[in-house]
Structure formats: C-alpha cells, structure tokens
Design a protein around this ligand. Structure first.
Ligand code: PBG
Length: 325
C-alpha cells in the first residue's frame, strides 16, 4: 500500500487541532431574528413554524430584550394586519400608526442598540396578497414604486435602522434611496432582497403573515429558480442604485448563488433561511429523524461557509442559546 504523502486526517485527530484549522466560525454576530407583529394582545402560535408566534407590540419588545441578552444584533419585523385594514394597494403598510411602525418605535425605545430592519413589501397588506399594485391582472412595477417610496418614508419616520425592500420591483432600491435622502434619512440603510426566487419554501411564511393566497403566482416578479447569472445582474443593479447589503433568498437551495455573489461583490451579503427551511428541519426533528440542535448549527454554518455574512433565521434565538453554551 502506497500512502499519500499528505494525510489530511493528521489535522482531524484532536479537537484542538480541529479548532486550529477550522475555516468558518458561526457566531451570534450575523444573526437576524424575524418577528411577526399582529394586533392581538396575546401571542398566537404559528402551527407551520413551531416555536414562532404572531406577537403583540409588547410581546415583540420582550423578544427584542431577549435578543439583547443573547447577543443577537438585529430583528426584522413583518406586520400581520387585521383583514379589514387590507385594500387593493396595501395602503395600511405606510400608515405611520401601523403595527410595524409602532413595534419599531417601541423596540428602539426599549433596546436602542438593537438593529431594527423593516421589510418593505405590500403582500401582507393587499386584499389579493400580491406584492404591489395590480393593474390588468399583473403587478404594475412603477405604480408600486411610488407606494414603496411612501412606505420607506413611513419606516424612516418610525426610526428603523434598515429598510429591506422584498417585492422584487425593478428600481426599488434607487426609488427608496432617493426618497430617504430627500427627506433627511440619509443614514437609514437599505438591505436589498436582490436575488429573491419564486420559491415554494415561503409556504409557512404565508400562513404566518396571513398573506392572501390570491390569484396567480409570483413568477412575473420573483426570480426563476433555474437562474444563477441573473442573480449577478440583479446585484449589480442594486449596488448601482445604492444598496448597502444584498440578499439571497431562500438560502439552502441557493448556496451556489451565495458563493457566486461572494466572488462578485464586496458588499455584505445576507441570506434568508426561510420559513420552509425552518419547518422542514423542525418536522424531521419532531419525528426523531435528525438531531435538532446539530441540524440547526450545521445549517447556519453552511450558509456562512457559502459566503453569507449574515443570516435571517427563525432559529436565531435558539442558535444563540446553543452557541452560548
Ligand atoms: C414578502 C416576503 C416573503 C418572505 C419575506 N418577505 C414572502 C413571499 O415573497 O411570499 C418569506 C420569508 C419566509 O418564507 O420565511 N413580504
């Protein structure tokens, strides 16, 4: 038997050797915790996202304080408005007294050092569940942009740190940047959902956020899961329009896209470990088919290894607890 000269197993022999050669480190620093804000007083558990609930504003403040205790640096908020607030264009989204605006103010007051990101999209607020203004059966790009500018300003007034447009409208980053700059919010950052795919893995989110199933599909504005080069073009556009952070969503079926964008841009990259990814892990763990805690950490580590600097994940709090052990 001719042994190879280089024997990789030498460096795997002990834990201290493994620590010495470890390339990727998962820490709490890059974790972003998504929260759903509803108008009820009680937390309402979300069946398809075990461990997650729709929260009242007070409940969200408590979770924000828990983030601070555990060292999770950021939250992203989604509104779950009552049905009667929904209309054809989603105008409740840019109401300064809306749920998300209230929650943002309350969180910034209680935990000023926690970064608050607000998701800028209309699907939670429209009666049809699409991400913008529907004209002649299709989401109209430019009419939706006008409303996105209104939304971003309302978020700026609510004092958020980061606005995150997720509707995949062309020009959304530039429109929001311009609106923010003109109204004195030059310091408000933009996290662009640059490569957001038309994915089946958003299923549980749509239950969590109560978005109407509506008509049709989102393949006319979200990206085709078959496309990788197009993600590079989308990121270039968003960078040109003033994005501060770019995002790939979902994460796990798109690790190649994350790795590729890592080569293409020096901006921070975020990845969204979406609701369906969380639900799959929870379901398998509930059945005893995988080790829950190890699966959580391995999943998040793999997204970091692919090249993401930060991860939006429903696992954020439990991962922070696991990492703190
Ligand atoms: C749109 C939005 C969606 C998610 C985040 N922002 C849903 C969609 O496009 O259908 C999905 C997040 C998840 O699945 O965890 N406002």
């Amino acid at each position: 038997m001719q042994f190879p000269e280089y024997r990789p197993r030498r460096l795997r022999r002990t834990e201290s050797l493994r620590r010495l050669v470890r390339e990727t480190h998962l820490t709490v620093d890059g974790l972003i915790y998504p929260m759903f804000i509803h108008s009820g007083k009680e937390a309402r558990p979300i069946p398809s996202l075990p461990g997650q609930s729709q929260l009242s504003v007070e409940g969200a403040v408590k979770e924000a304080e828990e983030c601070m205790r555990l060292g999770v640096p950021a939250v992203i908020l989604f509104g779950v408005p009552p049905e009667e607030k929904k209309d054809a264009v989603g105008s409740y989204a840019w109401n300064d007294e809306g749920l998300v605006q209230h929650a943002c103010r309350a969180i910034k007051k209680a935990t000023p050092d926690l970064t608050v990101i607000l998701d800028a999209c209309f699907d939670e607020y429209t009666s049809h569940g699409h991400c913008g203004v529907v004209l002649e059966g299709d989401v109209d790009n430019d009419a939706t942009l006008e409303n996105l500018a209104r939304l971003a300003l309302s978020y700026g007034r609510a004092g958020c740190d980061v606005v995150a447009p997720s509707g995949m409208m062309d020009g959304q980053v530039g429109m929001i940047r311009e609106a923010l700059d003109e109204e004195g919010f030059a310091e408000t950052a933009i996290l662009a959902y640059s490569a957001k795919y038309a994915s089946c893995f958003y299923g549980p989110f749509r239950e969590a956020a109560g978005t109407a199933s509506g008509f049709g599909h989102r393949r006319g504005y979200q990206m085709d899961p078959a496309n990788g080069h197009e993600a590079v073009r989308e990121v270039a556009l968003d960078v040109g329009e003033g994005a501060d952070i770019v995002m790939v969503k979902p994460a796990l079926a798109y690790l190649d896209v994350i790795a590729r964008l890592r080569e293409e841009t020096d901006l921070p990259i975020a990845a969204y470990n979406v609701s369906g990814e969380y639900a799959m892990l929870k379901a398998a763990a509930e059945r005893g088919w995988i080790d829950h805690d190890r699966a959580v950490l391995e999943t998040l580590l793999s997204i970091r290894r692919a090249g993401a600097d930060m991860i939006l994940t429903y696992h954020a709090l439990e991962a922070a607890r696991l990492l703190g052990r």
